[in-house]
Write a protein that binds this ligand. Structure first.
Ligand code: ADP
Ligand code: MG
Ligand code: MG
Length: 488
């Protein structure tokens, strides 16, 4: 079965749907703050009107490969640490400003700890592996693997509920002569609950004598705070665990350390898990660098479980993703992988090249100038808006010293199929072709010292879509919208 054609709508149908969608969003927390917001007024989040078709086989592959990716990445920081560290050190020399500061925080935390060993061996990863579907083969192709501050797990659950509401309320039926999908039920991502469960498991293993709490480290003026709140609410409702929210700048004044344990100063609640929804970009440390980097160090040295630890965050560098694309390296990092698993894992990769003095690097340097239209150039950055696309690559490379090229990776462009859907953003409806990026969440609780895995789970999904004419897809960055899957 293939998706039907997208139905056409009259003006009055659009009006009716828009009102229902926006009111449901406001009524149920599918919301974001607008830019430069005043507290407390939020807008409906940018969303699609319909769920977007996704081949069932692509979705199943993405689900099946998640736990393998989780294990692959944590092995980097556990069993393969001595192999990882020199790579990160080299990367730090090229990117002193950020990778270098993170790396320094990692080494200082160890140096300044008793017996030069971190006091908390347990470590938590809430990861998200992002893909686009290859338009000719339906194979999922990995865009990137995120190991820090993965977002939209909360709102993803909400949009699944919204699309189901429209189905059940009969609005889709009454507004359209037919739906472009036949299913009565649209799948709902359980990411809100599953991400909360991951945090709760870490809290359980923390083994505090009193009721411990989870500390969310957030950005000041965070526009996407409702996405985070849904996870907080799930922690409280499903697990009876309280959480607090602090910015990196607030950490030193609002927490206190006793016997290396971390407490919230005002209540003396003991913190079991530090969950970062900030700290992944240079801008998070920019306003007050000394204070915020000190805060990161203080948290890293405490006995609280970090989600993620500095080293786990660093393992998600784009450069590491590039290094991990060969079967030799994968077998080295994850020796227990079966042939079937390896085949699946490798099928998710497109070519990613280093831009260094190796043979491969030299080939890539040529490719970047000869056929830039097939590539995206990526620095070691997170959070959207940092990449250089296609025809802009040659002039960008020429504008920097060739010695600096090594800090970037060159990645083949993935071309997913276009779909018709409607995007609702700032109360306006847009009808343009869209392309989608599927993210699969995973949670993994592990011992950073000996590599033991205490739990490794899938944790729902996210579909984000954007106009096919735009290069980037960040929702918070203003490029895209939250979508949901309908499987065919
Ligand atoms: P970030 O860590 O900043 O999110 P990404 O690697 O996810 O960086 O790139 C940002 C966006 O650029 C992606 O969401 C996607 O829309 C687009 N993009 C990145 N890599 C590719 C690729 N290989 N092919 C097509 N689009 C890509
Ligand atoms: Mg990223
Ligand atoms: Mg991304």
């Amino acid at each position: 079965m293939s998706p039907k054609d997208f139905p056409s709508l009259s003006e009055s149908q659009i009006g009716e749907l828009k009102e229902s969608l926006l009111q449901w969003s406001l009524g149920n927390g599918l919301v974001m703050y607008p830019p430069n917001f005043e507290p407390y007024s939020a807008n409906a989040a940018p969303i699609t009107l319909f769920p977007t078709p996704l081949p069932k086989s692509s979705f199943i592959d993405a689900q099946n490969v998640q736990k393998i990716f989780n294990e692959l990445y944590i092995n980097l920081v556990t069993k393969q640490k001595s192999w990882l560290l020199p790579i990160l050190e080299n990367l730090s020399n090229h990117d002193k400003e950020f990778t270098g500061k993170l790396y320094e925080t990692y080494t200082r935390a160890i140096d300044e700890s008793p017996d030069k060993k971190l006091l908390q061996p347990l470590s938590l990863g809430l990861f998200r592996s992002d893909y686009m579907v290859h338009q000719d083969t339906n194979e999922i192709k990995q865009i990137e693997f995120n190991t820090v501050s993965v977002s939209f797990g909360g709102l993803s659950t909400k949009i699944g509920q919204l699309h189901n509401y429209l189905n059940k309320s009969g609005l889709y039926d009454s507004s359209y002569s037919y739906k472009y999908y036949e299913d009565e039920e649209i799948p709902i991502s359980d990411s809100s609950d599953k991400l909360a469960k991951g945090l709760a498991e870490a809290n359980t293993h923390y083994k505090s004598s009193s009721n411990s709490v989870i500390l969310f480290i957030v950005q000041p003026k965070e526009r996407n705070s409702f996405d985070q709140r849904h996870i907080e609410y799930a922690l409280l409702n499903n697990h009876d665990i309280k959480s607090y929210r602090l910015t990196l700048e607030e950490v030193t004044s609002k927490t206190t350390i006793k016997n290396h344990k971390l407490y919230i100063k005002s209540t003396m609640d003991e913190v079991s898990v530090v969950y970062y929804r900030s700290g992944y970009a240079p801008t998070d440390y920019e306003v007050n660098p000394e204070k915020t980097w000190e805060a990161r160090l203080l948290l890293e040295k405490s006995t609280a479980i970090k989600c993620p630890s500095v080293l786990t965050q660093l393992s998600g560098a784009k450069k590491i993703q590039q290094i991990l694309t060969t079967s030799e390296i994968i077998k080295k990092v994850l020796p227990t992988i079966t042939e079937t698993e390896l085949t699946l894992l490798l099928s998710t990769f497109v070519a990613i090249y280093p831009l260094d003095d190796t043979e491969l690097g030299k080939k890539a340097k040529k490719l970047a100038f000869e056929q830039p239209q097939n590539f995206v150039l990526k620095p070691q950055r997170e959070g959207g808006g940092n990449n250089i696309y296609k025809e802009s690559i040659p002039s960008f490379l020429k504008s920097i010293d060739e010695k600096e090229w090594e800090a970037y990776i060159l990645m083949e462009i993935i071309n997913p199929p276009n779909h018709h859907n409607k995007i609702i953003r700032n109360n306006d409806i847009y009808t343009e072709d869209i392309i989608s990026e599927l993210g699969i969440f995973g949670t993994i609780l592990f011992n950073e010292e000996n590599g033991e895995i205490l739990s490794n789970e899938n944790a729902g999904w996210l579909l984000r879509s954007k106009f096919s004419s735009s290069n980037e897809g960040g929702v918070a960055a203003g490029f895209g919208c939250v979508d949901n899957i309908y499987l065919y």
